[in-house]
Design a protein around this ligand. Structure first.
Ligand code: FRU
Length: 436
């Protein structure tokens, strides 16, 4: 299997979407992901698998999960990982199409499928016995008052004070909700409660709950949230919430932040790194494959910190410390792309190979119209809320993904781009690439 150090982990000659089962386990980072191994389009989902010691050099491994049971015969959808007694436990949604599309059996017709929650264990995080080690732990939900038999998915499991907990995204009468389950042994799960909140789309995909020193944080990706007529009407949000384990009650406030103001990042998943810091990665959705060969990649792992009610997403230090070799032009950059650092002044505008960043009224704006040709159905202009903590930008530029970290993660804005030129127009900037 091949290795890469491209900073953004990319699809190995196929389609990928959500990060799954992200975990630091036995000295290695494991990043599984939604994958259709046969082509650069979404289809019957498998779990791809990549491992790394440092979040920089990744080795792509064999497919970890593939359809093998009636409950996951049509796909192994998203899920998460925990370690218990030295074993790796993966939790995911198994999908069974009740009516296949006869013209493309990797899709179903008109949402006719069932979703169950499954678990598989592995002794070493390298071998996954898809025949012998999978179990259905939550069959399709049949009580319509609790959740949907179809749209209930993406188990995120964590260890609470006295038990294991699981959150799932679901939907009842086109209203999104989260379902909470509890377990003592990771195998037997009991439904406890749900929470819902109007105004945030009809289905919440990939919920993730975690605690920091001071806060409880919920992340989710609501479908049909923005409703501005543009494609990708799904974005990732985070909220500071109140969660009480005993009865799994969750209070959701009215305030939220986007994980990323470029609105291209979806389905983020968090875990803790080797030092115990909370971090996440997210799928950068691409409207077009590259040369018909591959589609999809992950953003730079980001450390998540909460201070004074604000959630910061900072580039992981392992990535930050790589960009030390100063260069004078993008042409000198290596496989990992380059980083531009600068202080931007109100009224200023910079152009990175056709991608335009400007700073007005204390907000950062981006415009990718020139490097996103032919995609009028997708947004091309973006903006952050008003920034408060300075005017510093660290911009990581890869051929197809630009990530702008504002004031070390006060806000982040990342965009997919195509066909960047090698020219930069900006004032007083420094350019770095990865040292050999
Ligand atoms: C989010 C999502 C998940 C689902 C998976 C299927 O992008 O739709 O809800 O599990 O992708 O690939």
């Amino acid at each position: 299997m091949y290795e890469t150090n491209a900073v953004h982990l990319k699809a190995p000659n196929c389609w990928i979407n959500d990060p799954n089962g992200f975990i630091y386990y036995q000295g290695m980072y494991h990043l599984f992901y939604q994958c259709f191994p046969y082509s650069a389009q979404w289809g019957r989902m498998h779990w791809g698998h990549a491992v790394s010691r440092d979040l920089v050099h990744w080795e792509h491994k064999e497919i970890a999960l593939y359809p093998s049971k009636t409950d996951d015969r049509s796909g192994c959808f998203s899920g998460s990982a925990v370690e218990h007694h030295g074993k790796m436990y993966l939790f995911y949604t198994g999908v069974n199409y009740t009516v296949e599309d006869p013209e493309n059996i990797n899709h179903c017709l008109h949402d006719q499928f069932q979703a169950a929650q499954l678990m598989i264990t592995s002794k070493d995080g390298q071998h996954f016995d898809n025949i012998g080690a999978k179990r259905t732990i939550i069959p399709p939900v049949t009580d319509k008052n609790i959740g949907s038999q179809t749209h209930t998915r993406d188990p995120k499991v964590w260890r609470g004070k006295d038990a294991w907990y699981m959150v799932l995204g679901s939907s009842v009468e086109k209203k999104s909700r989260l379902l909470f389950y509890k377990s003592d042994d990771l195998e037997h799960w009991t439904y406890v409660n749900y929470v819902e909140k109007a105004g945030y789309g009809w289905m919440w995909e990939c919920p993730d709950y975690f605690e920091t020193d001071s806060s409880q944080v919920l992340i989710f990706s609501p479908m049909e949230f923005l409703k501005d007529g543009k494609a990708y009407d799904s974005v990732s949000l985070c909220m500071l919430i109140d969660f009480e384990e005993k009865n799994c009650t969750m209070h959701l406030p009215d305030q939220y932040q986007f994980i990323d103001y470029g609105l291209d990042l979806y389905a983020p998943q968090s875990t803790t790194d080797a030092e115990g810091r909370r971090m996440l990665v997210a799928w950068a959705r691409m409207p077009e494959s590259i040369d018909g060969m591959w589609n999809g990649m992950f953003c730079i792992p980001r450390i998540v910190e909460v201070k004074n009610g604000h959630v910061y997403f900072r580039p992981h230090p392992n990535i930050k410390k790589l960009f030390t070799k100063e260069i004078t032009s993008p042409a000198e950059a290596g496989e990992g792309g380059y980083q531009i650092s600068l202080d931007i002044h109100n009224g200023a505008c910079i152009n990175i190979g056709g991608y335009v960043i400007s700073y007005k009224n204390n907000k950062i704006y981006t415009d990718r119209s020139e490097v996103f040709a032919g995609h009028n159905e997708i947004r091309c202009q973006f903006e952050t809320p008003k920034i408060q903590e300075g005017n510093h930008l660290d911009i990581y530029v890869d051929q197809n993904l630009i990530e702008i970290y504002i004031n070390d993660g006060e806000y982040v804005l990342s965009n997919i781009v195509y066909g960047l030129s090698g020219e930069i127009t900006a004032e007083n900037y420094a350019l770095f690439t990865i040292a050999d």
